[in-house]
Design a protein around this ligand. Structure first.
Ligand code: ADP
Ligand code: ZN
Ligand code: ZN
Length: 748
């Protein structure tokens, strides 16, 4: 008999022993079904041992070994183990959560339907005329298969209602066969790259179109250098910071390096921060590599599609895996390159459960696999910039826009401490908008608050609308006549009078997207105005349709939130106005400035992408603030230097390493009491500082009170050693408090 040490999805930091017969063919990484308490659960064999510390009578046999997919490979196992150790999170939860949903279920996955079909030799030899003239669908199917080579299931279904039946008959005749060469991509039917219309399924790309895109671009000297540097160390671990302003051609560098990886039969993993950016990038990759199987992995795909793409990556068939942070844990046996685009983006960090940073774990994975890792950004995270400055990462710079005529936009600040504002807009901004309208060019007005106004206020007693479940304000949505909490989703009617003093004259205070839409509408009654925020894009196809309208120049003024800040390339856009940029300057969060800078650089990057020169106008009360001065000069290095000096003085990251112990309970006192106990049981002999427990910045969230305790250390090793010892003690505390460790926290 042998002992299997099985990882289970339970919040306990241990493996569980089960037995199997010696002759059973079981390997590490196999999925097994076991009984746990009164339930049956799926686990993954993490170790195989000769004996157990449990008495033999208590060891239960495994109930079943799943053979529906190959075992989890050592390569991915090592990464998950590292991740569990680094974040001090139970290994079982880390492993099971990294698996596609169907693989976590207690029954084997059904054999999936094939993704596509192709003709056999016999089918290829068959003439269309050999089929009866009235077999219209079959004739159409045969012709399409001959043209496309392989057709995706969905494409066949789209030919005609009976086409899927017809393909079955083809297979029965020996004319066609199943093919798994088609990876499933985003469900968007089509999406625009530049001014060309690109279908997203690789099978739909016509040869002519592919040719137009396939021939390699002439790289700029900076691009050439970057590509050469990365290729010079193709088979070794090295982190490259590809620092280049928006439009400098970073994506082109990825494409060129990936081309080499593909040529050598390797796999490339590309991580992007935003699901909204994946369709664009997917089509750009498809167009460049039309014959390569590419698998998307993000939350827009159904669980079945995700499993299929995951399996294609696991088998080595999918050579490019493109996805959001969850794609990090995809098994890729021939991994040769990892790209993290927009590496500074906070969405690479998961904010619940296992609070991992996909960017940092991408670096860890590259190290384990011995592959290069490219971190691309126009505004790198200060931690990354610091790592490059001390030589841990190597920096590659693309200093200019790739398209020679596309100059950087001119950035100006409008001092709103003096200027009179009409509903939040300064005369200078209004004039600039008018000029664009007259010239037939597009403008983007950027504001980071959706809804009508940030808050409802009583002018008499000072009452403001707040959420009773969160420490936040309720945002006014005037169209819907509702107040809404953007943190927990709570909604209520707008009260007719002040709940405190009865005053009937309540007024919305401040600016939101809806109010801006009204204001601009009355200022420019003939302009075509489009609001793009989370409310207006709730419907699945809404965003692609809106982007389409902007590209087609059917819109004059776009009102956008951060949803529009990233990645999109609008040719006619020449003006970006930023309505209120000052919030971050007051923030208690030491990363707020960094985020604001990145965001404004990104928004500014939307203007003047093509040959028309762009202008950016930022309304602020503090035009002389060093942050805005750096922005005007497009001086990220200068900004980073100032910020790093401040961080060093204050001993903030990257000059120290942090972890948070988070706790939440219905009463704040319960959470704080837990943290005080945790403080008391902290092991002493480590070189770390423990701060006192404090309520979180969002102290109330969805009815729970949240508090945390900060641990800080000068050395990463000391922090890790301390957390390891402390974590064990914390599991002993028990109690009704939900707690978790957050290593390298981004939110406080
Ligand atoms: P980034 O990823 O840095 O924002 P992209 O790679 O998207 O930049 O490039 C911006 C634009 O410049 C794209 O339209 C791209 O096709 C074009 N481009 C990139 N490299 C070159 C080049 N070497 N020559 C001409 N155009 C280029
Ligand atoms: Zn009042
Ligand atoms: Zn709330």
């Amino acid at each position: 008999m042998k002992i299997l040490r099985v990882a289970l999805d339970v919040p306990l930091d241990t493996l569980f022993d089960y037995s199997a017969a010696d002759q059973d063919d079981i390997a590490i990484g196999d999925r097994v079904l076991v009984s746990f308490g009164r339930r049956q659960m799926v686990g993954v064999v993490a170790e195989i041992a000769g004996h157990s510390d449990l008495s033999p009578g208590r060891i239960k046999p495994v109930l079943q070994v799943f053979r529906d997919t190959p075992p989890l490979a050592e390569e991915i196992f090592r990464l998950l183990r590292f991740c569990a150790d680094y974040y001090h999170h139970p290994l079982g939860e880390v492993i099971l959560n990294a698996l596609p949903v169907p693989l976590r279920q207690t029954r084997p996955v059904a054999r999936a339907k094939p993704t596509g079909y192709r003709l056999t030799e016999a089918g290829l030899a068959l003439e269309t005329d050999a089929l009866p003239a009235r077999a219209i669908v079959k004739r159409k199917l045969l012709k399409s298969l001959k043209q496309a080579g392989t057709l995706a299931r969905g494409d066949i279904a789209a030919l005609s209602q009976s086409a899927l039946q017809a393909i079955k008959e083809f297979i029965a005749q020996g004319w066609a066969e199943e093919s798994d060469d088609v990876a499933i991509s985003a469900p968007t039917p089509a999406c625009r790259v530049g001014t060309l219309f690109v279908p997203t399924r690789c099978t739909e790309i016509t040869p002519a179109w592919a040719q137009r895109r396939a021939h390699p671009t002439n790289l700029t000297p900076a691009q050439e250098q970057a590509v050469a540097a990365i290729l010079s160390g193709q088979d070794q671990f090295q982190v490259w910071l590809l620092y280049g302003i928006t439009g400098s051609g970073k994506t082109e560098v990825y494409l060129q390096v990936i081309a080499q990886v593909l040529q050598r039969g390797g796999q490339a993993l590309v991580l992007v921060p935003e699901i909204n950016l994946t369709p664009q990038l997917e089509s750009r990759f498809r167009a460049r590599f039309p014959d390569t199987c590419q698998a998307g992995l993000h939350s827009r795909l159904s669980t079945g599609e995700r499993l299929r793409n995951w399996s294609l990556a696991q088998s080595g068939q999918a050579q490019i895996v493109l996805g959001t942070r969850l794609a990090l844990f995809t098994p890729m046996p021939k991994l040769k390159l990892i790209v993290v685009d927009e590496e500074h983006d906070a969405s690479f960090k998961q904010q619940d459960g296992l609070r991992y940073s996909a960017r940092d774990m991408a670096v860890a994975r590259g190290k384990q696999a011995g592959t290069p890792v490219i971190l691309g950004s126009a505004t790198p995270a200060l931690e990354t910039w610091y790592n490059a400055s001390i030589g841990r990462y190597r920096m590659l710079e693309l200093p200019a826009r790739a398209v020679a005529e596309a100059a950087l936009p001119a950035i100006h600040c409008i001092d709103i401490s003096r200027a009179k504002l009409a509903d939040g807009l300064s005369d200078s901004l209004i004039d600039a908008l008018r000029v664009r309208l007259e010239r037939g060019e597009q403008s983007l007005v950027f504001i980071n608050r959706r809804g009508f106004a940030p808050v409802m206020r009583c002018g008499q007693c000072g009452w403001v609308s707040t959420c009773h479940r969160c420490s936040s304000r309720l945002v006014v949505h005037l169209r819907e006549k509702r107040l809404r909490c953007h943190h927990c989703g709570h909604e209520s009617r707008i009260p007719p009078t002040c709940p405190d003093c009865g005053n009937a004259d309540l007024a919305p205070l401040g600016q939101g997207t809806q109010r801006l839409e009204d204001t601009l509408g009355s200022l420019f009654p003939t302009a075509r105005i489009l609001r793009v925020d989370r409310d207006s894009t709730r419907r699945k196809q809404a965003l692609p349709e809106m982007l389409e309208r902007i590209h087609a120049a059917e819109v004059d003024i776009v009102i956008g939130t951060q949803l529009l800040a990233k990645g999109h390339d609008f040719k006619k856009l020449t003006l970006v106005g930023v309505v209120n940029a000052d919030g971050a300057l007051y923030s208690a969060d030491f990363r707020a400035s960094e985020r604001l800078f990145a965001q404004l650089m990104q928004v500014a990057g939307r203007a003047g992408r093509d040959t028309l020169p762009g202008e950016v106008l930022i309304q602020t009360q503090f035009p002389t603030h060093p942050q805005f001065q750096a922005l005007i000069k497009h001086d990220y290095p200068g900004f980073a230097e100032t910020m790093l000096t401040e961080r060093k003085q204050a001993e903030f990251p990257p000059y120290c390493h942090q972890a948070l112990l988070r706790a939440e309970a219905p009463q704040i006192e319960t959470a704080l009491a837990f943290l005080r106990k945790a403080q008391a049981v902290a092991p002493r002999d480590f070189d770390v500082s423990l701060f006192d427990p404090v309520p979180a910045q969002m102290a109330r969230l969805a009815g729970m009170e949240r508090a945390h305790l900060l641990v800080q250390a000068a050395s990463r090793g000391a922090l890790q050693a301390f957390l390891g010892a402390w974590n064990k003690a914390l599991f002993g505390l028990g109690g009704s408090v939900r707690w978790s460790l957050d290593v390298d926290p981004l939110e406080f």
